[in-house]
Ligand binder design. Structure first.
Ligand code: ZN
Length: 433
């Protein structure tokens, strides 16, 4: 894909997690986890590229897992896919300007999680290597240990109840492996709960029902906004009680196209779909969640396609880490904000070239209303706010000129189409309470 702004590959989706005046939130964090500024409780201005965002990337590595967590110039990598994906992971990290990994976590020694580790270890300075500690006799695992040893990387085995000291503002709690190992490698996966402000991620590795029961019995607060589904959404995990206890808003499945395992399993998919919005790396490509600790945005590489092109990476880089966009020369326009109460939609061009929006359209959920852009060019790095009401157009503000409010204050979506009718971006917001 050559020009990301003309292809409907980017979905922007954001949620209002906590809004002022909510009396009942299911997502109140269980404890104070943050020493930095308290996240704001309003949903406005969620697009803060220069602020302290936590960004979690669920890399499309085919059938396997790889997750990158970035915060404040620090990076933590969880798994690295199969060996043939090592270079994919390495390039992805390098594209973000990462040269040092503060932590690597290997959830467990199966090749679809640690196969690519060799490439990663050879290309990055690694400060800490965290492992489940459960021995495995595979050549891949042995080679990985040898490499870690040769490079003198501190090797740390974690257990449930410990924390990973990534950054004081980001709470990373280890929920598994338990004090006694299971006989099943998957069930010894390092399971992490990552909490930043009011946003939480539960990263299950390949853990299944045994672990799910274990961590619920142990009394861990598994309630999370974003669930990285265990074991590629096979029937070995994601039990009904667990899914309802986690109550995710977003479920993310790392899974390969037409894999031989039948992942994700339809029964598990149905359960996750009923509980949450589901993203899958086989359909969506790489999935990036960015949070300021109060609200979060989900972006995906693809939209509605099973192809695994990587043309959208540069725009994803631009949207999530503006400070590291030196290599992006493509324009990229997308919906960056939607205010249901104040009735406006923000469209940003995060690329480096101006983009003509002549004839582009904004539609709401169900295409009940359509706004057609007049002759208008959105400059590189600029944002335009489209108000649904009446007013005089200017460079930064456009008016739909409608008499009455149109956006549903509880839940609505703004869709952006180019002049050929291609869906370019969408952003959905809703209230939890
Ligand atoms: Zn796996």
């Amino acid at each position: 894909m050559k020009s990301s702004h003309v292809i409907g590959t980017i979905i922007c989706l954001s949620l209002i997690l906590i809004t002022a005046g909510c009396t009942d939130s299911t997502d109140t964090p269980s404890e104070t986890t943050s020493e930095q500024n308290t996240p704001t409780t309003t949903a406005q201005n969620t697009y803060t590229p220069s602020g302290q965002n936590l960004t979690v990337h669920f890399l499309d590595v085919g059938q396997g897992d790889s997750i990158l967590i970035e915060y404040s110039n620090k990076a933590l990598l969880i798994d690295a896919g199969e060996s043939d994906q090592g270079q994919v992971v390495t390039s992805y990290l390098q594209d973000y300007g990462i040269s040092t990994l503060d932590y690597i976590v290997a959830t467990h020694p199966h090749s679809d999680h640690i196969g690519g580790m060799d490439d990663v270890l050879n290309n990055f300075q690694v400060e800490h290597f965290v492992d489940s500690g459960y021995p495995h006799t595979s050549k891949t695992y042995e080679n990985m240990l040898t490499s870690i040893d040769q490079k003198d990387i501190p090797f740390e085995v974690v257990k449930a109840g410990q924390t990973i000291n990534f950054d004081p503002a980001v709470d990373i709690e280890v929920l598994n492996p338990a004090s006694t190992y299971s006989d099943d490698l998957n069930e010894n996966s390092v399971v992490l709960k990552v909490t930043y402000g009011e946003t939480s991620f539960l990263l299950m590795g390949d853990a299944g029902l045994e672990t799910e029961e274990h961590i619920m019995e142990a009394g861990y607060d598994v309630d999370s906004d974003i669930l990285k589904v265990g074991h590629h959404a096979s029937t070995s995990g994601s039990g009904p009680t667990f899914v309802s206890t986690v109550s995710p808003d977003i479920s993310i499945i790392e899974v390969g196209t037409e894999n031989s395992y039948g992942h994700p399993h339809s029964e598990i998919l149905k359960r996750l779909h009923e509980a949450s919005t589901v993203y899958r790396t086989d359909l969506d490509g790489t999935i990036v969640v960015t949070t300021d600790g109060s609200t979060y945005t989900v972006m995906t590489e693809n939209f509605g396609t099973t192809s695994s092109g990587n043309g959208a990476y540069s725009s994803m880089v631009s949207t999530t880490e503006e400070s590291e966009t030196t290599s992006s020369t493509e324009s990229s326009v997308y919906v960056t904000d939607l205010n249901l109460q104040e009735e406006w939609i923000q469209i940003s061009n995060i690329g480096s070239s101006p983009v003509s929006l002549d004839g582009w359209e904004i539609k709401d959920e169900g295409s009940k209303h359509t706004y057609t852009f007049p002759s208008y060019t959105l400059n590189a790095g600029s944002t335009v706010t489209v108000f649904t009401g009446k007013g005089a157009d200017s460079a930064a503000e456009l008016y739909w000129q409608l008499d009455d409010p149109i956006l549903n204050n509880d839940r609505d979506t703004a869709y952006l189409y180019d002049d050929s009718g291609n869906l370019i971006s969408k952003l959905e917001r809703w209230r939890i309470c």
